[in-house]
Design a protein around this ligand. Sequence first.
Ligand code: CP
Ligand code: NVA
Length: 308
Amino acid sequence: MTRHFLRDDDLTPAEQAEILDLAAEIKADRWALKPLAGPQTVAVIFDKSSTRTRVSFAVGIADLGGVPLIISTANSQLGGKESPSDTARVLERQVAAIVWRTYGQSGLIEMAANTTVPVINALSDEFHPCQLLADFLTIREHKGALTGLTVTFLGDGADNMVHSYLLAGATAGMHVRVACPADYMPDSRIVADADAIAVQTGGSVTLYTDPLAAVAGADVVVTDTWVSMGKEVEKAARVAALSSFTVDAELMALAKSDAIFLHCLPADRGYEVTSEVIDGPQSVIWDEAENRLHAQKALMVWLLERAG
Ligand code: CP
Ligand code: NVA
């Protein structure tokens, strides 16, 4: 059966750990893996801008002996004339996998339902699961393990990164706290899904409107832009609503003294995080950005050659 990676809870706890272990092995020896059986071409489609995702998939596919085919929807038929299902049927005859950054999750679901090759979510309005594999590889490197850690996300609670932290964190048995204004809460269905996973893994999910309470004693502090792609017209309202959620040195001081700071990037310094924090000693953002490469290579090898 073809496995897809559309949202973080598409992986069981054991599968998430297996991919992270493989990512760590790949990082330790970048060329240790034998190339993918092939040669294989992977379609990497972008409806939205990207630096890290584009580069890390292109480099990762090339590292694995494959060929990245980078497609911008601006000059393809997808998104305009052609549906995700018809596109899926065309692509599956020629490529080994489809990686897609898009708006609504529904397009990814339609694509996956109509193809025999793995579909990977490279960011949607709802989730950013590849980023979470990189974040968790980074957290493991700095903290040794994931289970039992407290991770606090501050800012826009309806963000794709929050939804992915809820599901991936619960899968890993972490205690996930989200602090956001009442009007910017995560999707309640995703919170319920994360809660159900956390019951099985010993993790937990807690929502706050007070950033100080949410960050107290945290092992990991995370934020993301207040103005995600597609929400640019809301910028002024968002900045006004979220201004007390800036991660600054005062807030970081409430977390554990050895807490680390993550941000998927790109960052709006001075808004969701101060330069002092993002460029400071607790910040691990450059490891995090590098780990996109290793984590996605592991994901592709797992989906193409190891998934049961
Ligand atoms: N973090 C991330 O996905 O960055 P890009 O938008 O540059 O791909
Ligand atoms: N939440 C951000 C993540 C960017 C990588 C966005 O969707 O724009």
